[in-house]
Design a protein around this ligand. Structure first.
Ligand SMILES: [Zn+2]
Length: 566
């Protein structure tokens, strides 16, 4: 924008100045929201009762009477009845296509035991012709009661699963995405047996005789699964997944989504949909591809605000380790409950260093998945080296995705380096039941999901769900962020919880900053995109337990109401 806002102090109303996004004198607003509590996250006018939209942007913000002057015959008027309107939620880290695909396969997230899962797969097999793959996702051995029997390192063994699926290959992915369990038929097709060696950065879990148990961790997951014709990689299936993901976002008040890793081919589809006006949620996409391909393709794919601000590609995703639940997080010291292991380094530091060079050369942000304290340290070191050419340069906004377990020495480095901590509130309460078991009391207290310590050290912390690892629901994640309360009511290191304002910022303006998009979104400021969510309960002031009852009433993107509570 660049021009000063005309602030009419008498009326406490902000209007867009004459310019790019202003409407002409005789023009009316497309949409007016009035009679509400509008929390803008813009310090110049933190609250308002009414707001007007023109050309997809916010054009006025203020008192009902004043904004109502912009209502014409064609204007849609929504009376908020005192409800809360806030900037649309920005999912700071999720897997957009993965979310859509998770709606197309067997959902294992609700299963409470291994036997439940075997039953679900058995039912699925009865409905499918022999030979077809059964694919599912969402199991988590640490959340089952009782634990699976038999088990190896707490993970189930394939035998019961194989017994109910003699004619179908089956592959069930862990909730974290960092492990999978295959049945006997799937392993047979993949020619995996006791003689198959572990690939680098991965592990085939084995029983005491050395036979594979069916569990494949990290990169070993690539050894087994549907291949060739069994996988319909066609655009139509991808478009179906995108549509399902979009629907899920809209129902949950998500107006922008940071997609944590898509291939160039998937980005082609996003781009086509954006061009056709069919990408309804705004995507900010991290490229997830090989260094070789990125060296060639990054310059061609960089795009900012493409398709009327629906697609931005200016970031890269890499992984350095796995996840805590599957003992894959790369730790400085061994796990308390697996003293032989410090977790897994899934991609070499040198290959991520090459990616960092590409990111600097082509002006992309680099976002690296790092969960364990060793993984975080390695990445901060690597970022520090990469920034060395300009030691005071905090402007790259590179990101650590998850930043889940930190050595206390590394906490201040996020702010020092201008590195964004892209964290997930809901992971803390969801993982809590096994964090102390894995890490012990000291490491958990000092460095597990330390949002408040990072914020106090002046780092930018953003929020999200890592969907489909967790449910996308930003209200559940907001609740986890401000309470750190488990379903049992127990609190997990509550001194690290965020204030409600911090949590809201982490889901809006700070997430916009983490994407270089704070000039167009993240607050309800005149001139910005009219991306707004209206909630049934005021999650900023209501009693704590009422937060979870809040429902999304409207999801508005670019001034268009794309979801309305039925
Ligand atoms: Zn992720």
């Amino acid at each position: 924008m660049g021009k000063p806002f005309l602030i009419q102090t008498m009326l406490m109303t902000m209007f867009v100045p004459v310019g790019e996004f202003a409407i002409a004198d005789d023009e009316n607003a497309e949409l007016v929201l009035r009679g509400g509590k509008i929390v803008t996250l813009d310090d110049r006018q933190p609250t308002a009762n009414a707001l007007a939209v023109g050309h997809g942007r916010i054009i006025a913000l203020g008192e009902d009477d004043d904004v109502s002057k912009l209502i014409g015959a064609e204007t849609r008027v929504i009376d908020l009845d005192g409800r809360l309107a806030i900037p649309g939620f920005i999912e700071g880290h999720g897997h957009f296509v993965g979310l859509g695909r998770s709606k197309m396969i067997l959902d294992l997230t609700k299963a409470e035991t291994w036997n439940d899962i075997v039953r679900l797969v058995k039912d699925a097999a009865q409905k499918k012709p022999a030979g077809q793959w059964i694919v599912g996702r969402g199991w988590h051995q640490s959340k089952w009661n009782p634990p699976p029997e038999p088990n190896v390192d707490g993970y189930p063994v394939h035998t019961k699963l194989s017994a109910v699926t003699p004619k179908h290959p089956a592959l069930l992915t862990h909730a974290s995405g960092h492990a999978s369990i295959a049945n006997a038929r799937a392993m047979q097709l993949a020619k995996v047996d006791a003689a198959t060696p572990d690939p680098g950065g991965g592990e085939i879990l084995r029983d005491t005789d050395g036979k594979p148990t069916g569990v494949f961790r990290e990169t070993a997951q690539g050894l087994v699964g549907p291949t060739g014709e069994a996988v319909d990689r066609g655009d139509r299936q991808l478009e179906r997944a995108i549509e399902l993901a979009t629907q899920e976002c809209l129902e949950n008040g998500i107006t922008s989504f940071h997609d944590a890793g898509s291939s160039f081919e998937t980005i082609d589809v996003f781009k086509r949909l954006a061009e056709e006006g069919h990408l309804r949620v705004r995507l900010w996409v991290m490229v997830g591809d090989s260094n070789n391909r990125m060296a060639r393709l990054l310059p061609k794919y960089r795009m900012v605000g493409f398709g009327d601000n629906h697609l931005t590609v200016r970031a890269i995703k890499r992984f350095i380790d796995g996840a805590l639940g599957a003992h894959g997080a790369w730790m400085l010291e061994p796990y308390d409950d697996m003293p032989t292991s410090v977790g897994l380094n899934t991609s070499s530091v040198s290959s991520i260093r090459q990616t960092a060079e590409l990111a600097i050369r082509h002006d992309y942000q680099l976002c690296v998945h790092a969960i364990g304290d060793r993984a975080n340290r390695e990445i901060l070191n690597l970022f520090e080296d990469a920034f060395r050419s300009k030691p005071t340069d905090r402007s790259r906004r590179w990101r650590v995705e998850h930043a889940q377990h930190l050595d206390p020495d590394d906490i201040p480095r996020f702010a020092q380096l201008g590195v964004i901590a892209s964290m997930q509130g809901v992971h803390a309460t969801s993982d809590a039941p096994y964090v102390i078991k894995r890490l012990g009391q000291r490491r958990a207290a000092e460095g597990a999901y330390v949002w408040q310590r990072l914020i106090q050290a002046d780092a930018t912390v953003i929020n999200g769900s890592d969907v489909p690892v967790e449910d996308i629901d930003p209200i559940a994640c907001f609740y986890a962020s401000v309470t750190r309360k488990l379903r049992s009511g127990e609190e997990f290191f509550p001194e690290q919880r965020m204030t409600r304002e911090q949590a809201l910022r982490s889901y809006t303006i700070d997430a916009a900053y983490a994407a270089f998009e704070e000039d167009v979104k993240g607050s309800l400021s005149p001139g910005k995109l009219a991306d707004i969510v209206v909630l049934s309960n005021d999650i900023l002031v209501c009693p704590e337990e009422e937060i979870l009852k809040a429902k999304v009433v409207y999801t508005i993107i670019g001034g268009k109401v794309l979801y309305e509570l039925p």
